[in-house]
Design a binder for this molecule. Structure first.
Ligand SMILES: Nc1ncnc2c1ncn2[C@@H]1O[C@H](COP(=O)(O)OP(=O)(O)OP(=O)(O)O)[C@@H](O)[C@H]1O
Length: 904
């Protein structure tokens, strides 16, 4: 009987009218079978789980209100305005009344907090129920109330409740359904338990309600419509599937990135307006501004006002909007409304409700008026600015006056500034004030330029949003300056991705898309960035983490794009992620690929080989530092190096856990005649002398193109030097750079190298023997080599060898020799003292080639400073002297500052 009565009552109420902005009445939504399941976080679901799998409201409620409930806590359903709380309750009641679920409750009672506010005086709960549900008879109700566990009380709209949910402290809560009390006491007693202890309580509220904070219960956050629900909504709204998909795609493209798109009420408004546009054969809007232009046109046309009155109405609504924005409650009392003149145009209750939300009886002095949403409120504010004929307020003042209380104002001002976007509105309201349009245009140009010159990502993105709203390609090209392009856009929201892609697309190409430290680049965002990726020459995704879905979009964008450099350093993509990325690497324009520390192992080498040997690959530089490939992995890669399609010129393999075991395969690949490899970095592995012997063999072959070989820190000893020396002396060797630092070569090994380098015409230009246990004798030989006239050495690094002033003396002598062509000398931490500075100064003065000298970490003191400063000031060739970490006192800093070429 109760169920039938509830259903009958609802059916009768569903005849009421709906409004464009207010929405379709909840009863009607459910009755007409237009209900789309709302999404929630559900009770007791962690944020992470939720992001992965939000659940429907119905499902969340079934979990929160099971048959065997132990906890008497209330269920609190929270969500922003228009998210569908009332409709969800409506659906709950109808489903219960039609036997679909929650059948363990014998009775469901539904109240709105707004109605409860109207109850004055005292009455018992039983009396209240009889008053609200006139079909119930006292006897049967009394029986029902005897079994509280079978009762469900629904309370809608806590944010509108004028009382507190906490009972007055002086009074004890009421526990008897027949005991008279104030309504606020009855509600508090139900929620806190003594009244009908065990009954289930479900409350709904906007997040703004003050009582929420102190209320203990299961919270269910309503998310509204996510993308699949919006799709379902469009399909339900438009009977023709083609039209539905057209509308859905347009909504997603134009607005899907705004939070408010999750609001079912907004979906209703948008679909309604799209429907009328489609029926009139008009094209659908491309920006949020255009959507609101059409909404306003629709509302105004319904009033049949002439242009002057329509213009005055929008101006009045603008005044009201400003009042609501600036006031504490975002609304107007009846008295305040009088000063806006709005009601002069909206003379019937229906027309008034079409434009505004009316709270309370229109006849009553307590009636409150507000806009249906903040979005339309700000739209009227923006439109009225352009309609204002006076010069009273500039755009800057207007924005300043409303700063902190508006969200979309500058977005609408930007959209309305464009003639094509405001045109439909101008045909209803007359032309906009051109002075205000020009004022906005020049304000926009100057502020956007400043913002884009800054290094504040947020400011860049904000102006990208505004430019996107304007949809003016010529303007984008005028405003975006090259310096705006280097900044990192690592933390992007969905809206940011859309706007950034729009900007890049307008520009036609982009030098560097810097997405450094993108931790939240979801599949959806990556998809939206595809146009920007395709047009970017260089992409930086250092320290980012991308899901497999996001990597797939990146890969597909690369395969069609013009990107030549991709830096994905420190991405924990692993072999599986890399496999996905490889789908786009085989046929793309990438020449430089940086993948250091990406968790790659031997398992991905097959994919890498496929990329390297692809006929369409343009890869020249591959950086794989810090990935544990082990010998097995490098053996596989070596096959690729020998392939005629592999165009690799630089391979970086430091810290890849390699040993001498893989060097034979590498050596063979280097000298089979196909490899174009010029730079090979094998630092910080464990190649040992045996491994280097294999490389040395390859160096002797004329087919081996290697010019730079880095063997830093590879557990080498003097035993490898014979092979290296032999290679250096061979005709085929093209090596111009050799780094054997941090290996125990010792005197014996180093002397062999010096001897080999004495060969006239040798190509070696850069030699690094840092921390190689060198002795003064080696320095003597190096000195002889440098001044022999046969050496082409330009760079020599011999730091961290304990040789002191005596050993270094040989280098100073050589430097002073006209035949020495050394340009860069690094003698960091070789125990130099002030005693060497005399010879050093003479050498630097005499040298015709030296440009930089590194003297870091030695024992030079204040005594040496005047001479060193003087020599740097006098030298015509010297560009830098590094004196960091010597024993200088602060007194010397001023003197060293006199010479910009000194670093200390
Ligand atoms: N699940 C749904 N399926 C279809 N339409 C819905 C759904 N939920 C809400 N709507 C539409 O959205 C409008 C607003 O919904 P509702 O009034 O339930 O929201 P609310 O959260 O109670 O709003 P308020 O914050 O104003 O109280 C409804 O009038 C209806 O047109």
């Amino acid at each position: 009987m109760h169920k039938e009565a509830l259903l009958a009552h609802r059916k009768q109420k569903s005849e009421d009218t709906s409004t464009l902005l207010g929405g379709q009445l909840p009863n009607k939504v459910v009755h007409d079978n237009n209900y789309i399941p709302l999404m929630t976080t559900g009770p007791d679901v962690s944020e992470k789980q939720m992001q992965e799998k939000p659940q429907s409201f119905q499902h969340a409620i079934l979990i929160a209100l099971p048959e065997d409930r132990h906890q008497p806590k209330p269920v609190i359903v929270v969500g922003p305005a228009g998210v569908g709380r009332t409709t969800a309750l409506e659906k709950l009641i109808v489903d219960w009344a039609t036997g679909k679920h929650l059948q363990h409750f014998s009775c469901v009672f539904h109240f709105t907090f707004r109605d409860l506010n109207a109850h004055k005086g005292v009455l018992s709960l039983q009396a209240l129920l009889l008053q609200c549900y006139s079909h119930l008879c006292p006897e049967s109700l009394a029986l029902v109330l005897q079994n509280p566990k079978s009762l469900l009380f629904l309370f809608d709209g806590l944010d509108q409740y004028q009382h507190s949910l906490e009972p007055p402290t002086s009074l004890t809560l009421c526990s008897d359904p027949q005991q008279p009390a104030s309504v606020s006491m009855l509600v508090a007693s139900l929620v806190h338990g003594p009244l009908l202890k065990g009954a289930a309580i479900l409350l709904t509220s906007r997040p703004t309600a003050a009582s929420l904070e102190s209320l203990d219960g299961y919270r269910v956050e309503l998310l509204g419509f996510l993308k699949p629900q919006r799709k379902a909504y469009c399909e339900r709204f438009f009977s023709d599937p083609i039209v539905a998909s057209q509308a859905f795609e347009n909504i997603e493209r134009t607005m899907g990135f705004y939070d408010f798109c999750t609001s079912p009420r907004f979906c209703w408004t948008t679909c309604s307006i799209y429907k009328s546009l489609m029926e009139a054969g008009e094209i659908l809007p491309e920006t949020l501004t255009q959507v609101f232009v059409y909404i306003t046109v629709h509302l105004i046309r319904a009033l049949s006002l002439d242009t002057t009155n329509a213009r005055d109405l929008v101006t009045s609504l603008g005044r009201m909007a400003s009042h609501c924005c600036l006031g504490p409650d975002s609304n107007c009392s009846k008295e305040e409304m009088a000063s806006t003149d709005v009601q002069q145009f909206l003379t019937t209750p229906t027309s008034l409700k079409d434009f505004l939300h009316v709270d309370g009886d229109l006849e009553s002095d307590n009636c409150i008026f507000s806009f249906h949403t903040q979005k339309i409120q700000e739209f009227f504010l923006a439109a009225s600015f352009y309609l204002d004929e006076s010069e009273a307020v500039s755009v800057e003042e207007m924005l300043e006056n409303h700063e902190g209380c508006v969200e979309f104002l500058d977005l609408y001002l930007a959209g309305l500034c464009e003639p094509s976007q405001r045109k439909p509105l101008e045909s209803e309201l007359g032309e906009f004030n051109t002075d205000h349009i020009m004022d906005f245009s020049s304000w926009f140009k100057s502020t956007s330029r400043k913002a884009l010159e800054s290094y504040h990502t947020d400011r860049h993105l904000h102006y990208f949003h505004l430019l996107h709203q304007r949809q003016n390609e010529k303007l984008v090209k005028e405003i975006i300056i090259p310096s705006a392009r280097g900044i990192s856009y690592g933390v992007l929201g969905v809206h940011d991705c859309v706007s950034l892609s729009y900007i890049v697309t307008c520009m036609g190409e982009w030098d560097q898309l810097n997405l450094y430290s993108s931790k939240d680049l979801t599949e959806e965002k990556a998809n939206l960035l595809v146009p920007a990726i395709r047009l970017s020459h260089k992409i930086i995704l250092v320290q980012s983490s991308l899901s497999a879905g996001a990597l797939a979009h990146l890969a597909s964008a690369l395969s069609q794009g013009r990107t030549t450099e991709l830096d994905m350093s420190y991405n924990p993509m692993g072999d599986t992620g890399f496999k996905v990325l490889c789908t786009g690497l085989g046929d793309c324009n990438i020449q430089t690929l940086k993948l250091p520390v990406c968790g790659l192992t031997e398992a991905c080498c097959g994919d890498l080989v496929a990329v390297l040997t692809s006929e369409k690959s343009h890869l020249r530089v591959l950086e794989l530092r810090g990935n544990p490939f082990h010998d097995q992995g490098l053996r596989k890669l070596s096959h690729a190096l020998g392939s005629p399609h592999c165009k690799l010129q630089e391979l970086q393999l430091p810290r890849c856990e390699l040993t001498g075991g893989s060097m034979e395969a590498l050596s063979i690949a280097l000298c089979v005649g196909q490899s174009e490899l010029r730079i090979l970095n094998l630092a910080q592995n464990c190649l040992t002398d045996q491994g280097v012997d294999w490389l040395a063999k390859a160096l002797q072959y004329p087919c081996c193109q290697l010019q730079s070989l880095i063997l830093f820190d590879n557990e080498l000893t003097a035993a490898c030097c014979a092979g290296v020396a032999e290679a250096l002396q061979s005709e085929g060797c093209r090596l111009t750079e050799l780094d054997l630092s941090v290996n125990a070569l010792g005197q014996e090994g180093a002397l062999q190298l010096c001897k080999a380098l004495n060969k006239p015409g040798h190509p070696l230009e850069k030699l690094r023997l840092v921390r190689c246990e060198l002795t003064p004798l080696v320095f003597k030989e190096l000195g002889i080599l440098l001044s022999s006239g046969t050496s082409g050495l330009r760079t020599l690094s011999v730091g961290l060898n304990k040789i002191g002033d005596e050993g270094a003396k040989h280098l100073w002598v050589a430097l002073g020799d006209k035949r020495c062509s050394l340009e860069h000398l690094d003698v960091e931490m070789i125990q130099l003292t002030d005693a060497c500075v005399g010879d050093l100064s003479v050498a630097v003065r005499a040298s015709g080639s030296l440009k930089s000298l590194v003297l870091k970490n030695n024992h030079l003191t204040d005594t040496s400073v005047p001479a060193l400063v003087q020599v740097m000031q006098d030298s015509r060739t010297m560009q830098e002297m590094n004196l960091q970490y010597n024993d200088f006192s602060e007194d010397m800093f001023e003197m060293m500052d006199q010479c910009a070429k000194i670093k200390y």
